[in-house]
Design a protein around this ligand. Sequence first.
Ligand SMILES: Nc1ncnc2c1ncn2[C@@H]1O[C@H](COP(=O)(O)OP(=O)(O)OP(=O)(O)O)[C@@H](O)[C@H]1O
Ligand SMILES: [Mg+2]
Length: 633
Amino acid sequence: MVVAADGRERLEQLELAFVRERRIADALREVGGALGTTLELDDLLELILGKVTELLDADRATLYLLDDTNKELVSRIVVGQNVRSIRLKVGHGIAGTVAHSGKPFRIRDAYEDPRFERQWDALTGYRTTSMLAAPLKNHLGRTIGVIQVLNKVRGAEFTTEDEALLIALSTQAAVAIDNSRLFLSLIQKNKQLLDMTDQLERKLRDLELLFELERATARASTVEQLLTAVMSRLVLACDAQGAATLLVEEETGDLVVYAYDPRHPETIECVGVKAGEGFLCAAMDAEQPVRIEDGTADARFSARVEGVFSFPVTRVLALSLEGDGRPLGSIGLFGKQGGLGFSNEDVDLLRLVAANAATAVRLFRASRAREVGERLTSIGRLLSQVIHDFKTPMTVISGYVQLMVDAKDGAQRSAYAEEVLKQFDLLSSMQREVLEFARGERTLFVRRVYLKKFFSDITRQMAHEVDGRAVELEVDVDAKIVARFDEGRVARAIFNLARNAIEAMAEHGGRLTISAQMVGTELVIRVRDTGPGIPPEVEGRIFQSFVTAKQGGTGLGLAIVKKIAEEHDGRVEVESGPEGACFSLHLPQRERVPPAVPATAEPAPANDRAPGPGPKRGPRRTTKPSRGGSAKG
Ligand SMILES: Nc1ncnc2c1ncn2[C@@H]1O[C@H](COP(=O)(O)OP(=O)(O)OP(=O)(O)O)[C@@H](O)[C@H]1O
Ligand SMILES: [Mg+2]
């Protein structure tokens, strides 16, 4: 009987153990299956805690996670009460003790244990009795938190079976938490990667835009072209309806707005504005970008500026163009496609482009200033040449003035005075040449010239040059020829050559021969002397500026001759030997030279120009002479 009773008791125990194991197995399966449905940490914890409360017939449960840096337990999820966040020091209270020891804890009445912190109950008005707590240990055996359940229902206490179940569930919970954390960190890494890719793509786009801008602005030869290049790209990149740039003019300080409307991409509107007028003036003085939602309703709206666009201006985004010290102006986007507002990305892009545009404008202005400087240098050079050639008219004037002094006859005197006035004409035409050059114009007054008349004038003036010297002058010209060239300049060239010849024969005297004839399609003017020839120390360099072998010479005469020949698409050549030097000026006459008509030189029609520019020359502008009369050489 005893055996039978023992056997029954044993059977009951086994049955109980079986039921318990099955409950645990079922609970684990259920929780395991549920864990597979979500990786969201809070959902997971709530699920685990719900299951724990239900399976253990508990009133409440709390799950704490360990905050390793602060050595604290932080309640993550609480089921069955309202307190949302509890912080416990590791080693303090029941849960803190479990976290510290890594061992489960079970008690019939919490108030029996001095470690129980009653203030929570006092705070919530709850009365804790039975209590069960187990550590959450991950796969490495490290405690990552604590699960705590309170008050078994119907005043019962938690059993060893409950404890085993809680330990099993907490292991599962720990694994799930670890997985979830891993998953979250992967998601975060992935997001970081995506953000980085996004940033890189944006940087690449910005770089491409900058590169394109750099190329376009480098090609621009006017401010308008430069700003069109900048604004057209900006409008595209920001999906804007239009753009405008305000620039403070360097010399005058005037404000000019350049507006770009993609509907009329070929033209850029320029509007002079008053200080403080329109949004761009506001942006120039503002430290932050100016953003306007409804342009037309804004008090700063200017019909003259924002009104130039073909669309009503609503949204505006504008910012200052940084200069050295004070702003260069400002740049703005007007209207966003699709009725949207400008984004922060647009602001970043505008900043980038504005910085680039400001640099481009500064460089552009610096290069213009350099060009002006270079032109001034050239003016200096030209001026020195003109002053060099003042010698001829000065000599002629002084010759005639001396003649006038001795002339008794009034008619004779007025003939001399006429000659003097002609020289003043020549002087003022030379002065004009310099001024026209300063304005960026290059003029060549090419006309039909009757050589007979041209050389008779030259001979008469040359008489003053040879006067008082042992030099015999001979002029040998085919009087029938009518050629095309700039009389004034060719006369200057001939005088420079003749003066050199006279100076070369100063010591021993000799013969100066000036001749002119057609050779093929070229008019060839020769100036020959019987002097000693070109000194060996300057031979080969005589056409360069400032090359001279003379005491008091400037070395400009032949450089001027060469320049005049080249202006006519011609050339100058020299032959020299002990018997003398001969310079020849070759002036191409590509068009057929019309037969001579017995009349004086007359101005050519306005479109009458020198033979077309050669490949080495830039475009040439022909302007009408400012005076009716022809300049005489
Ligand atoms: N007909 C010539 N015979 C000999 N030497 C000449 C002759 N023409 C020019 N030269 C030489 O060529 C040099 C350069 O001539 P160029 O007319 O350019 O300058 P320059 O006569 O010395 O000075 P300037 O500026 O006053 O004319 C002269 O110094 C001279 O040595
Ligand atoms: Mg000379």
